[in-house]
Structure formats: structure tokens, C-alpha cells
Write a protein that binds this ligand. Structure first.
Ligand SMILES: Cc1cc2nc3c(=O)[nH]c(=O)nc-3n(C[C@H](O)[C@H](O)[C@H](O)COP(=O)(O)OP(=O)(O)OC[C@H]3O[C@@H](n4cnc5c(N)ncnc54)[C@H](O)[C@@H]3O)c2cc1C
Length: 340
């Protein structure tokens, strides 16, 4: 665990006009709506906010950091996070897209459904699938989010990335972002400020019908309420989807405290109003054990776990992110951003 000095960070923030909050509750900033506080939290909305924060933090050495978008793929521990949470908040910039020829640009804080709808309204096709992802553009780039037969990797051209470690900003081409299944070469200290997508000309009515289809499909097949979408990453092709394995193990409805496996979609874990992060972890633990006993497959978490013990982090960590090619991609991205 990184040792750090919160007072040093506060001092650096003061020196650069960055406002912070101490012990900020994180629950309502995530779709699970559970979990504790962040030791320090800074909300950045504009490029200037981000740059000032980077200048402040880059003088503070190795700090435990988490960048938070809409929190739709993040679970904070009940004990909270002993580090700095950088909340990428909305601004005027994140409400509209820019279209130049076939290229659509959007801020990192823009919500994916807004990106989909604005693109369709502008007569651009290719980003309709984004309407089903309740997160931000920045979170979706980091996760290489996808659905309905498409993913970020298909349309992304580049992302403007800021390093909170070096203070440098770079327009990173997709080829240097190391996108892979539900992951990328981006690290905890990188902020996706904006992204550019390749699109094609499309009739607005056709695009609108596609949006409606996707929204209807989601309503029919996925539960509403408090969840973070699919919890476990699909295992290697040929082993069946994570949801199918959980379903076959008879785990729909399995409950621990205020959390349960969704009856509607076996790879979703629902949190009730009384749920804690520990309840969700208890359900994940049980699901992982039963599926391993029955099939030999060890399910790993797609949801980012923040503030948990090393044991829990390791139990659910997705080892594919540490494959040599992805480690190399992370290192070369850090180097591109002037961190080494
Ligand atoms: C109902 C539901 C359905 C879902 N369906 C899908 C689906 O079909 N496909 C899919 O892929 N996902 C799905 N998700 C998961 C989630 O919406 C996506 O992973 C989304 O891209 C996360 O975006 P976010 O802004 O909420 O990220 P967060 O949860 O805030 O963060 C996720 C990760 O991205 C990083 N991050 C966030 N913002 C930035 C930024 N600006 N710069 C750099 N890093 C950043 C965080 O540090 C973290 O590592 C679903 C979630 C829900 C609740």
C-alpha cells in the first residue's frame, strides 16, 4: 500500500487554487450507492481545473488515486478509500459534441447516452450502442466498454489524456491506448479529457429507431435499480458467458444481506437500500466459489473495486490485464506522457 501525506496534497492544492473536500461520501456518486468516504476528493469540470490539479499532484509523488466518472462500474469499500478521488464532473463542454467531417468529438465527462443521442441528431451513425452504457465517455474509454456487437475500440480514433503524475497532456492515438476486453493501458492517474470517434453519415430517423431498439432491449433484459451492470468478466471464449455459468449454477436470487444476484440477469448483482459493499462482496465471493466448484472456471471482476484489502482485490483481479503485451502498453503510454 502506498504511504502518502494528505497534508502535503492539501498544501499543493492550496498553492494552485484547487478546492478539495475531506472525507467525502462516495456512495451517491456510484450506481451501487454503497461504500464509505474518500480521504480527499477533488471535482474537476474544465480543462483548466484538470491542469491545475495535475500541476499540484505531480509535485506530491506517488499518491493513491482514483478517477471517477459516473461510478457505474465502481464499488467503494465500506471503509472508504484512503487516497484522492478525482471526480470528473459535468460542464457546458460535456453537454455537446463537435462534428468535423466524419469525426465526432466529446468531453470525457459526457454521458454515453448523450453521446449516442447527439451523434444521431447530428446525422452521424456508429455510436448508437453507447445509449445503453450509463457511464461517461472517459470511463468507457478506460474500460473499453461495449455492447450490442460493438465496443469503444471500433470507433475510437484518439483520446486526449492528462497525466496527474507528470502534468503532461497528449492526444493519444487509439493504437497507443492498449484497448482490450473491458480494459486499456490507462492507469489510475490518467484522466481522459476528451475523445474523438470515427462515424459515418446516417439518416436521423434510422439512427433514432436504432436507439429506441437498444433502449427497449435493455429494459427487457436488464434490471433497473442499484447495480453496476455485469459484475464478472466473461471467461475465455468457449467457456460460456459469466451470466450463463452463474445461471447454470442455480444462483439467480442468491442473497447476502442487502445484495442479491438479479433474477433478470444472472451477471448483475442488485443492491437494496440497506445493502453494504460487504454484502455485494459476499455475493461475489459465493458466486465465484460455487461456479469454480461446479465448472473449474474462476470468475473475475469487471467492476473496479476501490479501497478493499489486498486479499479481496487479488481474489477478483482479472489477470488478463497483466498479460505482457498490456503491461508493455501501459509502460509505453506512461512514457509517452512523460512519466519516466
Ligand atoms: C445498468 C448498467 C449496464 C451496463 N452495461 C454495460 C455494457 O453493456 N457494457 C459495458 O462495457 N459496461 C456496462 N456497464 C458498466 C459501465 O457503465 C461502463 O463500464 C462505463 O463505461 C463506466 O463509465 P463510468 O463513467 O461510470 O466509469 P466509473 O465507474 O466512474 O469508472 C470506471 C473506470 O474508469 C475510470 N475512469 C472513469 N472516468 C475516467 C476518465 N475521465 N478518465 C480516465 N479514467 C476514467 C475509473 O478510474 C475506473 O477505473 C453497465 C453499468 C450499468 C449500471
Amino acid at each position: 500500500m502506498t504511504t502518502w501525506d494528505p497534508e502535503q496534497v492539501r498544501e499543493a492544492c492550496r498553492a494552485h487554487g484547487v478546492q478539495w473536500e475531506d472525507n467525502k461520501p462516495m456512495a451517491l456518486l456510484t450506481t451501487y450507492a454503497v461504500g464509505g468516504t474518500a480521504r480527499l476528493a477533488v471535482t474537476v469540470r474544465t480543462s483548466d481545473d484538470m491542469q491545475r490539479l495535475a500541476t499540484a499532484l505531480s509535485a506530491c509523488g506517488d499518491i493513491p488515486l482514483v478517477v471517477l466518472g459516473r461510478g457505474s462500474n465502481t464499488l467503494f469499500a465500506d471503509a472508504g478509500f484512503d487516497g484522492v478521488v478525482v471526480i470528473v464532473g459535468s460542464s457546458e463542454e460535456s453537454k455537446s459534441i463537435t462534428c468535423v467531417g466524419d469525426v465526432v468529438s466529446a468531453a470525457g465527462a459526457m454521458l454515453m447516452p448523450v453521446l449516442a443521442r447527439r451523434s444521431v441528431q447530428a446525422g452521424r451513425g456508429g455510436l448508437e450502442w453507447c445509449v445503453g452504457i450509463p457511464g461517461t465517455v472517459g470511463g468507457a474509454v478506460r474500460m473499453n466498454a461495449g455492447g450490442h456487437g460493438a465496443e469503444m475500440d471500433d470507433s475510437l480514433l484518439s483520446a486526449r489524456v492528462l497525466s496527474l503524475r507528470s502534468g503532461a497532456t497528449h492526444v493519444v492515438p487509439k493504437s497507443a491506448l492498449g484497448l482490450h476486453f473491458r480494459g486499456s493501458a490507462l492507469s489510475a492517474h490518467h484522466i481522459v479529457m476528451s475523445a474523438e470517434f470515427s462515424t459515418s453519415a446516417q439518416d436521423v430517423q434510422k439512427g433514432t429507431a436504432e436507439l429506441d431498439n437498444i433502449v427497449a432491449w435493455r429494459r427487457e433484459h436488464q434490471p433497473g435499480g442499484r447495480n453496476a451492470g455485469s459484475v464478472f468478466v466473461n471467461p475465455a471464449p468457449g467457456s460460456g458467458s459469466a451470466g450463463a455459468l452463474i445461471d447454470a449454477a442455480g444462483l439467480r436470487g442468491f442473497t447476502s444481506g442487502g445484495a442479491h444476484v438479479s433474477e433478470k440477469h444472472a451477471n448483475f448483482i442488485q443492491a437494496t437500500e440497506t445493502a453494504t459493499a460487504s454484502d455485494i462482496i459476499a455475493v461475489m465471493d459465493h458466486v465465484q466459489n460455487v461456479v469454480r466448484e461446479q465448472t473449474g472456471t474462476v470468475l473475475r471482476s469487471e467492476v473496479r473495486l476501490v479501497g478493499f484489502s489486498d486479499n479481496i482485490a487479488q481474489q477478483f483481479a482479472d489477470a488478463q490485464h497483466d498479460a505482457p503485451q498490456f503491461v508493455a502498453a501501459r509502460q509505453s503510454l506512461c512514457s509517452l506522457l512523460g512519466e519516466m
